[in-house]
Design a binder for this molecule. Structure first.
Ligand code: SF4
Length: 389
């Protein structure tokens, strides 16, 4: 028998359900990228892949019967390599199979270098209502150092096209880039703010294992300079009216990413497509799934009826850490009751560690709410380790 019991026999209500869709191709692999993305060779098997995605979704339906889908995120890779017709077929197929809420946020990731005005008008007509654009920088020298396929002009043009068809879009920006100074990082940020996005994600460039940059590291700013950049970026975005609501995410009021908030509040998500991950709750357990990562494997497995490489129940001992791994990314923290609501575990499982972290100025709590302090946010990994089983 497990050492940890579900509270009162399990979850009393199932969390909101979202849908993640992975499109695994890019024009070229960036040297810092550890996502499941593969350089496009020849034409993309667009129709075959959309067909596989819809069959994948169908195979998930018995796990989530009757539950509405609150948001969709089409990520990659570079989903904007797909035609508007393919995205339309995909979204129509999803609507025919699940109950998609009428006001669902439907985001598509897009990269400069794949922007054609007609295609983006087509995405909007298909039902995409939010874009996430990977500009990364607006400095030509830095874009070159990052091995991006686009330059500043193309990034600017992509944002112009986005504005024409979408009133809600995110810009991904990176800092602590090769040889970057604090002034350069802030100039890049100012240029991005001037493009009037509703949401901005500012990521620290890190050297991930299994990337070209890890093997041949470029000259990166040291930790102190990177920390100064982070602080200055947060201050400048606050002054520009952006709410800093998650580690790397900043939004105009009312424009927080609903799909991502569902992850951070330990909601459920289906994950279809090569390498996609899913988390699905049942009254008595929480399961995780992962699909085969290689596009050809995924297509072959899906043709045989099942593309899940992993499908397992999350051990209950693991749930406090998994919950905190997500919820402590939120600047405002979370209501304590959410822990039991999402994990089915009693709050007593979490409170001793929370109180210890409060005593060390890493967390602060009231009777019903907890949030990371500034120190807790700066040392987030060390804080999270405390909740490991
Ligand atoms: S465009 Fe994005 S997903 Fe594709 S290789 Fe570059 S960083 Fe990775």
């Amino acid at each position: 028998m497990s050492a940890i019991q579900f509270h009162g026999g399990g979850l009393t209500a199932l969390p909101p359900l979202s849908l993640y869709i992975h499109i695994p191709w890019c024009v070229k692999k960036c040297p810092y990228c550890d996502f499941n993305s593969h350089a496009q060779k020849g034409g993309l098997p667009e129709a075959q892949y959309v067909d596989a995605l819809l069959r994948d979704l169908e195979s998930c339906l018995p796990l989530v019967w009757g539950r509405p889908v609150t948001s969709i995120f089409i990520g990659g890779g570079t989903p904007s390599l797909f035609s508007a017709q393919a995205i339309d077929t995909l979204l129509a197929g999803i609507r025919a199979r699940v109950r998609l809420l009428p006001d669902a946020e439907i985001t598509l990731e897009a990269n400069p270098g794949t922007f054609e005005a007609d295609k983006f008008a087509g995405y909007r007509a298909a039902g995409i209502n939010r874009l996430s654009i990977g500009i990364q920088s607006l400095d030509d020298a830095k874009l070159k150092a990052l091995g991006r396929i686009h330059g500043r002009d193309e990034a600017l043009r992509s944002v112009e096209i986005a504005h024409r068809h979408f009133d809600n879009f995110n810009l991904d920006l990176m800092y602590a880039l090769p040889s970057q100074t604090l002034d350069e990082a802030l100039a890049d940020l100012d240029a991005a703010i001037a493009l009037a996005p509703t949401h901005l994600s500012a990521y620290h460039l890190t050297l991930e294992p299994n990337t070209l940059f890890h093997r041949y590291p470029p000259p990166l700013p040291d930790d102190d300079l990177a920390a100064d950049m982070q602080e200055a970026i947060e201050a400048r975005l606050a002054a520009a009216g952006f709410e800093h609501y998650e580690t790397s995410a900043f939004a105009r009021p009312g424009r927080r990413a609903r799909h991502n908030l569902n992850y951070w509040t330990f909601g459920d998500y289906l994950g279809i497509g090569a390498g996609a991950h899913a988390k699905i709750s049942f009254p008595d357990r929480i399961t995780r799934q992962a699909r085969y990562k290689q596009p050809t494997d995924y297509l072959a497995r899906m043709a045989a009826g099942n593309a899940a490489e992993l499908d397992q129940t999350v051990p209950r001992e693991q749930l406090p850490f998994e919950f905190m791994l997500n919820a402590l990314r939120l600047t405002e923290g979370f209501p304590l009751a959410l822990f039991t609501e999402r994990t089915g575990l009693p709050l007593t499982r979490l409170l001793p560690e929370i109180d210890r972290a409060c005593a060390e100025d890493l967390l602060e709590r009231t009777l019903d709410h907890v949030r990371p302090t500034l120190r807790g946010r700066r040392f987030l990994n060390a804080l999270l380790e405390r909740f490991l089983p």
